[in-house]
Ligand binder design. Structure first.
Ligand SMILES: Nc1ncnc2c1ncn2[C@@H]1O[C@H](COP(=O)(O)OP(=O)(O)OP(=O)(O)O)[C@@H](O)[C@H]1O
Ligand SMILES: [Mg+2]
Length: 412
């Protein structure tokens, strides 16, 4: 039982014991509740809206420990009931009719509770957002990921997002790098509060809506919104997998394209973590990759970058066996001494066939964009990197190629 300061606690305790249930613990706070759940002694948790800090993350952690949740409110149809339902508690027991306790427990056990996904909320697309081929009625989600060593995930994510927007499709770039955001720096939005942290907080309280996300994600051009990332690496604890899933679901309804700029690692340290209920830093990245329709793996063309890229693609295929990632080899330059064909060959031998796209090294264009805090398309529309990113965006969006503009793309 974890009902906070609710006046009905004694009454509830009596009803629970007299119905033959064994009360393992009366928890004083969320930490107490989580550790009791982790001890695997309890099957059901009775919670109330008056338990301070009760949120969707807590409910996820209870679900992960196979603890079923019954929400208890002072009476039916109260504000407490609405609060619990907004967090995703579906079985509610009013304290003024505790005769229904057995049925409530049965219902909670049968109907295993997960915080309700935000996916079912209505979409807000305008018809004019859909002048680009989008293969589903809701928006499409692309995750840009890659190994350590700053291979250019953020440059690629922003480049793709701005090219989707340039096609006339509403686009949201979500900076969900748990090792520190960089989208705000790339766009000169340094005085902004983090959009991601605001959205994660709203999601955790069960309050995130498409309308709210549209305010938290700052509009930088008429079709491009940006949800800026975490300002300091130590804020990663506030970005939980469930929150990322909710944010992506809302973003899917907000925009024709959502581009997720992801952190580099997907290791979950399961074997070395003693505290399995502790939040895991890379859990948010894994959630982003799992919810994306397309994963783009970015690596660099130099020897170190390429071997990391091979390992990253192998790791991704292990994590998501059914995904077919698009591999982007960034910063290609003649001095490296190998051709597109050599690289495709190496990748195919190591990790099997995948679509591979090459982007040129173009320091002048990238520097010009970041110095002005603008996108490559705004500052250097004709640069070779911008053109290659545009072609990739068109390919991903299903826009017919303009023959002279095709990027060097090899499908193996
Ligand atoms: N095609 C390119 N040509 C030249 N420079 C590039 C290119 N792509 C990325 N860069 C440069 O490489 C550096 C790293 O890029 P970026 O920040 O996009 O990497 P990242 O993978 O997101 O790294 P982080 O781990 O910091 O998030 C930046 O200085 C960027 O300007
Ligand atoms: Mg980055």
């Amino acid at each position: 039982m974890a009902v906070g300061a609710a006046a009905f606690e004694a009454q509830l305790l009596e009803a629970v014991t007299s119905s033959g249930l064994h009360v393992v613990r009366r928890c004083v706070d969320i930490a107490d509740l989580i550790s009791t759940a982790a001890s695997r002694q309890a099957d059901v948790a009775f919670v109330s809206a008056q338990l301070r800090g009760l949120d969707r993350d807590t409910l996820c952690r209870l679900a992960a420990e196979d603890v079923h949740v019954v929400g208890v409110t002072p009476e039916f149809s109260s504000a407490d009931e609405a609060a619990l339902r907004s967090l995703g508690v579906t079985v509610i027991l009013p304290a003024d009719s505790l005769a229904g306790l057995d049925e409530a427990v049965q219902a909670a056990v049968v109907d295993r509770q997960e915080p309700a996904p935000t996916d079912e909320r209505g979409g807000t697309h305008q018809q004019d957002d859909w002048d680009v081929a989008v293969p589903r009625s809701r928006g499409r989600v692309l995750a840009v990921w890659g190994p350590t060593g700053a291979p250019g995930r953020s440059v690629v994510a922003l480049g793709l997002a701005s090219e989707f927007a340039a096609l006339g499709a509403s686009t949201t770039l979500v900076d969900c790098d748990v090792y520190g955001g960089s989208t705000a720096q790339l766009l000169g939005l340094l005085d902004e509060a983090s959009g991601l942290l605001a959205a994660a907080r709203s999601a955790n309280n069960g309050q995130l809506t498409v309308e709210l996300l549209s305010r938290q994600a700052r509009a930088v051009t008429p079709k491009l919104r940006v949800l800026t990332g975490i300002p300091r690496a130590d804020r990663w604890v506030e970005v939980r997998p469930r929150g990322i899933r909710d944010i992506v679901a809302a973003s899917r309804d907000l925009s024709a394209f959502s581009v997720l700029d992801c952190g580099f690692s997907v290791e979950l340290d399961e074997e070395i973590s003693y505290d399995t209920a502790a939040p895991r830093r890379n859990g948010a990245t894994v959630a982003a990759l799992e919810t994306a329709d397309t994963v783009i793996v970015v690596g660099t063309a130099d020897p170190v970058g390429l071997s990391r890229l091979v390992r990253a693609v192998a790791e991704l295929k292990e994590l998501l066996p059914r995904s077919s990632p698009v591999v982007v080899v960034n910063r290609m330059r003649p001095g490296l001494g190998w051709s597109d064909h050599d690289i495709v060959d190496t990748l195919t031998r190591a990790v099997g066939p995948s679509p591979v796209v090459f982007l040129p090294d173009d320091q002048a264009a990238v520097d010009g964009a970041v110095v002005h805090g603008r996108t490559l398309g705004e500052v250097a529309p004709g640069a070779k990197l911008t053109r290659a990113l545009r072609t990739l965006a068109h390919d991903l969006a299903g826009v017919p190629p303009r023959s002279s503009r095709r990027s060097r793309r090899a499908r193996v």
